[in-house]
Write a new protein. Structure first.
Length: 303
């Protein structure tokens, strides 16, 4: 069966050999094994820390945690009681339906409705649906947000982001095209410096030093390449992108990071995180990413 469900996860299997696993906890995609466009070798494309906790007691350190309704420490008054990155990554979602199951793609839809635990910290009426689609060389994720309130309950204001942990030799990755964009450097020491925009001068961004950069109004399509392999991330509705790798100094302080884990991934996280999306009662919004295993090309196979 191309869509399998166990007690804690959903497994998608594509007829051409790719597969994906989605934990119901957080709707966290924790594995994507895929050939690339240029090589038939099936490889794991996401990093999950060997110390990641998968039992639903804390967000997963790896894969694709879903960040909603706040990115980072909350800054909006409606989010004041929420933890860093909101609640979507630490709630149990349910399998809603199989959307598609054929050679073009294997796709499921998960749902998260409000519950007593969420309401105690965030009392806005909302509904989340998350569609994960596996194709031969591709995985895509679509987050659908609806304000289910009445006109009297007011607007739903939120941020959203896909926190992709791309498995890659961190010190060799190049991320393009970010040159010329303005970004906020969260590694700066003071709040004042963190809030001051910088301008990206590099044609290809690397993460050889500790990096935590929030690029705003970014082009929406990114290439993350390293010698011999790479991925392309195409997005819709997600105007910003975050690039994060803590390197050793900060990475070794993360409790659920495996030793040296920061050398094995780069987070390239498309999102809407500068400002807020505002939905009036009854309105909906969708953010989408399509990640393609593009493999190595002469341009990426630097020896
Ligand atoms: O440790 P977490 O809450 O999962 O956050 C991990 C990281 O997420 C994002 O990339 C932020 O920009 C970083 O500042 C943060 O450290």
């Amino acid at each position: 069966m191309p869509v399998q469900q166990t007690q804690d996860r959903i497994i998608l299997i594509h007829p051409k050999g790719s597969s994906a696993e989605i934990l119901l906890y957080g709707a966290t995609v924790i594995s994507w094994k895929s050939p690339s466009v240029t090589s038939p070798e099936i490889k794991e494309r996401f990093f999950v820390s060997g110390k990641a906790v998968l039992d639903g007691s804390k967000p997963v350190r790896g894969g694709i945690p879903v960040v909603f309704p706040a990115f980072g420490p909350p800054t909006h008054p409606d989010h004041a009681k929420l933890p860093q990155h909101g609640f979507a990554r630490s709630e149990v979602w349910s399998l809603d339906s199989t959307v598609m199951d054929n050679d073009a793609g294997v796709s499921v839809r998960l749902a998260l409705l409000s519950n007593a635990n969420i309401r105690s910290k965030f009392d806005k009426p909302f509904e989340l649906h998350y569609v994960v689609t596996l194709a031969e060389h591709q995985i895509s994720t679509d987050l659908h947000v609806k304000n289910t309130g009445l006109s009297t309950t007011g607007a739903l204001e939120f941020q959203a982001l896909f926190h992709n942990y791309i498995r890659a030799p961190a010190n060799e990755v190049a991320i393009t095209p970010l040159q010329g964009l303005s970004y906020y450097d969260k590694t700066e020491a003071s709040e004042e410096l963190k809030a001051r925009p910088k301008s990206e001068t590099r044609a290809a961004v690397d993460v050889r030093t500790s990096t935590d950069s929030v690029y705003e109004n970014a082009p929406g399509t990114y290439h993350v390449t390293w010698p011999g392999d790479g991925v392309e991330i195409r997005t819709k509705g997600l105007k910003d992108v975050v690039v994060w790798n803590p390197q050793e100094a900060a990475g070794s302080k993360i409790g659920d990071m495996e030793p040296g884990g920061w050398e094995r991934y780069v987070c390239v996280e498309p999102g809407y995180v500068r400002g807020f999306i505002k939905l009036n009662a009854g309105d909906s919004w969708t953010g989408q990413q399509v990640i393609t295993a593009i493999g190595g090309s002469p341009a990426t196979s630097r020896v």
